[in-house]
Design a protein around this ligand. Structure first.
Ligand code: NAD
Length: 549
């Protein structure tokens, strides 16, 4: 590859796209060695004092040399992902107006209303754009309304698409919708990069979103839109509003649901093997009923549907709890998204303490999506252990500082019997001489494969069953050795192989439902399809080879 072609494939090279680049030959030193240079980058990265400085360093590296950046990311995923995505991306978002260096994505603002198409047409990759992560910055991670500072969340997620499923960097389009912010400190910050106004009312926002989604499909006919970190009500509303009209999905709702379903399938098998309880008799208690909690609960209904149960029967196996206690239908002012699972079979005094709720429900599984640190206290975990030979306990709130229970405590309080998966990573531990590894219900397992399968099949929509099949494929990817150390998810180092399997499952389901448009794939046998999918995964050219003339 020549230097000229290298600079052509540098993604998101906005300076070049805007015609501001200067012509300086970037000829590497004659004895530059790729392996040494990656080590040099690692040393430079590790010399940074704070995570935020590491984030800024990586973002600069991507701008300077995208191929090297992605090669570096693939070789050091465990170290880099927590910087490019949670938890450090949260710091990057909170401080984005202050650390901003150059355009890295597209802002579409309320002031663009009426000419959103023109704004989208400025994106250099044009119709080669296949995947866009879109946030409105209104509920970034657990950090609230960050307004226009939310862009790094879209950038980070797309980096995971590239690393996890080999999406081509030039096909990715990070977007932040700048719709103002209700966070006073940003409005008063002279360096804030967004619109200085409060957020619009629902009617104004709906009109904006309608124009935006229509324009996206006009300007980028092959685009798959992933909604990210919208406020809870809007996340559900816009998913419902657009999911049958456009190629789109919501990772907070559907991706999380699928990844937890996958881990739960493996966990329920282990738990039932120990107790003899039929799979259909599991009962799941959700602690936390926000967009993630309710989205996951809806997806987990398909676990019971797979056991042959009706929708009503499946719903009946699920209980939800919010800050006011067990959610019942007779509660005044219940938010719309909480109504679906609200219990109609409990009429006693409000159950507010988790221990009392567990005693009433007798769940086999306790899933935390509450952001409440240590909510699964010793008495809660011990009670779960008394009720179940192998209790399923998934503290899914991120980051670790919000986790409902730490791995070490969950293991010790259940005498090593817990079947555990968390939202954030924990180190493995020894218990009575046995090495136990915690599962991590990381969305990164699932959304890259869903995206790749949707794009390759040309699916018109992302259907519920495509998401369910993605979860099944992930659960089936678990290997015996991984089961032996207590894992309910495969190891993340296998991410590209896993994404290929998920993408195939998504493609097949799209074909079964007739929503695929790339009908040539229908005739491919499974072994040929997986090779096809793998052949479509982009990998950065080896750095040393790429820089030699
Ligand atoms: P959210 O703020 O919309 O919802 C939080 C829910 O927890 C609300 O229903 C709230 O009532 C409930 N809650 C808060 N305090 C409580 C208390 N004292 N007792 C009982 N319930 C309480 O947040 P969300 O978007 O639904 O996300 C929740 C968590 O899930 C976050 O930490 C997020 O990082 C995590 N999450 C994890 C994954 C994953 O692991 N794959 C994916 C998405 C979200």
């Amino acid at each position: 590859m020549t230097l000229a072609t290298l600079s052509l494939i540098t993604p998101k090279s906005n300076a070049a796209a805007m015609g501001t680049s200067t012509i300086v030959p970037k000829i590497p030193p004659p004895h530059l060695n790729g392996t040494d240079h990656r080590q040099r980058c690692l040393t430079q990265l590790r010399s940074k004092a704070t995570s935020l400085e590491k984030y800024i360093f990586l973002s600069g590296l991507k701008e300077r040399d995208a191929n090297l950046f992605y090669e570096f990311l693939l070789a050091n995923m465990f170290e880099l992902i927590p910087i490019l995505y949670t938890p450090t991306v949260g710091d990057a978002c909170s401080n984005y107006s202050h650390i901003w260096r150059r355009p890295e994505g597209l802002y579409v603002s309320l002031e663009h209303k009426g000419r959103i198409r023109d704004v989208l047409r400025t994106w250099p990759a044009g119709i080669a754009s296949h995947i866009s992560v879109v946030t409105d910055g209104s509920r970034i991670l657990g950090l609230g309304d960050l307004g226009a500072n939310g862009l790094p969340i879209s950038i980070g997620k797309l980096d995971l698409y590239i690393a996890g499923a080999g999406l081509r960097p030039t096909s990715t389009l990070p977007i932040c919708l700048d719709l103002g912010t209700n966070t006073e400190r940003f409005l008063k910050d002279p360096l804030y990069i967004g619109l200085r106004r409060s957020r619009p009312n629902i009617a104004e926002m709906d009109a904006f979103m309608d124009e935006f989604m229509e324009a996206m499909t006009d300007v980028f006919p092959k685009i798959l839109v992933q909604f990210e970190d919208f406020s809870t009500d809007n996340a559900f509303r816009y998913l419902d509003r657009y999911r049958h009209r456009y190629q789109c999905f919501n990772d907070d709702i559907q991706g999380t649901g699928a990844v937890v379903l996958s881990g739960f399938i493996n966990a329920a098998r282990l738990s039932s093997a120990a107790s003899g309880l039929p799979l259909s008799e599991h009962k799941i208690l959700f602690f936390g009923a926000g967009s993630a909690g309710i989205g996951v609960a809806k997806q987990l209904m398909s676990f019971f549907r797979l056991q042959g149960m009706s929708e009503e029967e499946a719903k009946d196996r699920i209980y939800t709890v919010d800050s006011k206690g067990l959610i019942t239908a007779d509660r005044d002012g219940l938010q719309e998204h909480k109504k679906f699972f609200a219990r109609t079979d409990y009429s006693g005094p409000s159950l507010t303490k988790l221990v009392d709720i567990i005693n009433y429900v007798q769940p086999t599984a306790l899933l935390g999506l509450s952001t409440l640190r240590n909510a699964f206290s010793e008495d809660v975990v011990r009670l779960m252990s008394n009720l179940n030979k192998r209790p399923i306990i998934f503290p899914l709130s991120n980051p670790v500082s919000l986790s409902e229970v730490d791995f070490l405590d969950a293991v010790n309080w259940t005498n090593g019997q817990v079947i555990f998966a968390s939202g954030s990573p924990y180190p493995p531990m020894l218990h009575n001489g046995v090495n136990l590894e915690p599962g991590q219900g990381n969305n990164m397992y699932i959304f890259p494969g869903i995206g790749l399968g949707t794009i390759l099949s040309g699916a018109k929509h992302v259907t519920d069953d495509m998401v369910t099949q993605a979860a099944m494929a992930l659960s089936a990817a678990l290997e015996d050795e991984e089961v032996r150390v207590g894992l309910v998810y495969p190891r993340l180092v296998r991410i590209r192989e896993i994404s290929a399997r998920i993408a195939c499952a998504v493609i097949r389901q799209a074909q079964d439902e007739g929503v695929d448009r790339n009908i040539l794939l229908r005739s491919l046998k499974d072994d040929v399809l997986i090779e096809y999918v793998k052949s479509k995964m982009w990998s950065p050219p080896a750095y040393y080879a790429a820089t030699r003339m």
